[in-house]
Design a protein around this ligand. Sequence first.
Ligand SMILES: NC(=O)c1ccc[n+]([C@@H]2O[C@H](COP(=O)([O-])OP(=O)(O)OC[C@H]3O[C@@H](n4cnc5c(N)ncnc54)[C@H](O)[C@@H]3O)[C@@H](O)[C@H]2O)c1
Length: 461
Amino acid sequence: MKLCVIGTGYVGLVGAAIFADWGNFVVGVDIDSEKIERIKKGEMPIYEPGLSDIVLKNISQGRLTFTTSIAEGIKDSEIVFVCVGTPQSDTGAADLSAVWEVAREIGKNMNGYKVIVTKSTVPIGTNEKVKAIVKENLPDPSIEFDVVSNPEFLREGSSVEDMKSPDRTVVGSDSERALAIMRRLYEHLNSPIVECDLRSAEMIKYASNGFLATKISFINEIAQICERSGADVSVVAKGMGLDRRIGPAFLNAGIGYGGSCFPKDVAALYKTSTDQDYDFKLLRGVMEVNIAQREHFMNKVLRHFGKNLSGRTFAVLGLAFKGNTDDIRDSVAIEIVKRLRGLGAVLKVYDPQAMYNAKQALGAVNIEYCLDKYETMPGADALFILTEWKEFGLLELDKVKSFLKSPVIFDGRNLLDKEKVENLGFTYFAVGKRTNGLVKIDTRNLYQTVLLNTNGSIGHH
Ligand SMILES: NC(=O)c1ccc[n+]([C@@H]2O[C@H](COP(=O)([O-])OP(=O)(O)OC[C@H]3O[C@@H](n4cnc5c(N)ncnc54)[C@H](O)[C@@H]3O)[C@@H](O)[C@H]2O)c1
């Protein structure tokens, strides 16, 4: 099949490469000419395990080409994928300006029947508007086309594998002709294809991300109670996750979710609910808890070091919003670094893939970019672990202890073994675990320690 993919970012570039690898002829289009030039030269603009090999192979075999022109990209294509960004706008809603822009361009350049497929995450009703915009811009009103909602569920860090073998594929359309074409593209997949109407397809994506974010905030609230009551949230999550109705994924307590999807998608879903005169109370809580987690983490730092951090040097491991990616969009790690620096600290930072992006976001003031994880540590007053890179969980703790000025670790991702760390004499602040020898209760949140006694009366503990 001949395909065009508009927007060659984390979703579009991976999508274009995998579609080509399935034997299709794919043209990738992006407005960013520098990005297109880099890809043409075989340089990946993003870090994704396994991506480079697939892109290079399909370019060299002639199935994958790139251009900055939508007209050229869609000319011979049967299916046109829209994979542009839909960031958060000031109101919390998704900013759909790139989608509208692309819809206009597609419309103007239509030269025959095509299926226009939205892969970008877009709120309910967007695909209907895309249809209207394309129609308004057609050079000849007799040209036929259909619109399909085919939301993407890939995870950065494993997007190549996720694209190749998704858990499910959602294809929303009111056109049997378009559905038949989409079935041909996906027919070899060994997982269910959910065919539905446009609006349900759009909602499936938001409901899925909203639910995953809810799991994270849920375990973070359990962590708060664990920390105060002496249970260990990692053990609790393991015990919960073994229940097949619950599952182990997204039950890692920490400093909260970030990234280019969850924060904006949860906010956009909440905005959709209020636009429909409904207050999605649970989701509001999910967002509040997520912000509270980083505040809680910062409070631990300030209780330990005081509110003025000038003269302090901290080693920071992890800047990406999660492990296995170079993406720092809405990264909680970056925010914590900014907060620590704002209070006077000097930060020595390291991330296996996100150094370039972090430099753009953080600049050079009071930040030293290190080449290796251990290089961050000599003379530091504490070590911070802010992203769940696997290698940070494998630190040689003796070495860490010999480098740090004082043996203090703030583990925002619960990567280390508390018992092991404490036995080596570290003061260890994790999430949802008690810290050895320290006061356990956050007095600012004393109301949370008002418990219902077994005899039914209310008592303060
Ligand atoms: N990143 C993820 O993990 C992920 C997962 C699932 C869904 N999504 C959704 O997919 C969409 C894309 O996300 P992303 O992370 O790939 O974004 P991205 O920012 O990495 O890529 C978007 C690309 O679109 C290009 N673009 C913008 N306007 C354009 C235009 N008018 N013409 C041509 N190209 C244009 C940009 O230059 C950029 O390269 C978003 O809606 C996102 O919510 C992302």
